[in-house]
Design a protein. Structure first.
Length: 216
């Protein structure tokens, strides 16, 4: 993969462990609006937008109540929850080395733009990325990860043959396939992409060996 010139990263489950904040904001919203319900195990559900994630837990919930639940989650997450995200071990150091090697780096996430910006800024990551694309990004909104990847590729003029996408979810793998990109599955993350991916890593720093390796 030494001809990789650009890398697209998923956020949750790839760059950052966002589970603590998502759990905190979910607990707050559920406690306010569904106090009779038990807090679900969210680890296996992280990846899709929060509305889809909560709909998987309560598929029969009244739409108005679901909208209130999502709104309560987002309000808490924007103020407090997003600040509980932590970078995975080795992320900052590895991003520094990839930047020094001249790779252009991007973020493609299902998380709304505002908390994404807050997380990247709070963790000192924002300066690594030439572009960050979220579903509600005003310059290029998208409805699915494959659509988002296409938009990002066009907007920044990326060459599919020289671009690698790294993520943990099935939608990340689908985005890579839709655009003809190399895909590396983050096996340490929340999603199931590593179960079928040809290439998987068990810690973030391992991606350096694939992205900067010299062909035999």
């Amino acid at each position: 993969m030494s001809n990789t010139a650009a890398v697209i990263f998923d956020l949750d489950g790839t760059l950052v462990d966002s589970l603590p904040g998502i759990e905190s904001s979910s607990r707050s919203a559920i406690g306010r609006l569904l106090p009779e319900e038990l807090m679900p195990d969210l680890r296996a559900l992280i990846g899709p937008p929060i509305a889809e994630m909560l709909a998987r837990v309560w598929p029969d919930l009244d739409p108005e109540k679901m909208a209130q639940l999502v709104a309560a989650f987002r309000a808490h997450y924007a103020e407090k929850g997003c600040l509980e995200s932590l970078p995975y071990p080795g992320v900052i150091e590895t991003l520094c080395r990839l930047q020094d090697a001249g790779l252009r780096m991007f973020v493609l996430t299902n998380k709304p733009a505002a908390p994404t910006k807050t997380i990247l800024g709070a963790l000192g990551m924002a300066g690594f990325f030439a572009g960050v694309l979220a579903p509600d990004s005003p310059e290029a909104p998208f409805a699915s990860k494959p659509d988002g990847a296409r938009l990002l590729m066009r907007r920044f003029g990326l060459d599919a043959g020289q671009t690698t996408l790294i993520g943990d979810g099935a939608d990340d793998a689908a985005a890579a396939e839709a655009c003809g990109l190399r895909f590396i599955a983050a096996g340490y993350g929340y999603g199931a992409a590593a179960e079928t991916a040809a290439i998987r890593v068990e810690k973030f720093s391992d991606i350096e060996g694939y992205l900067l390796s010299v062909p035999a």
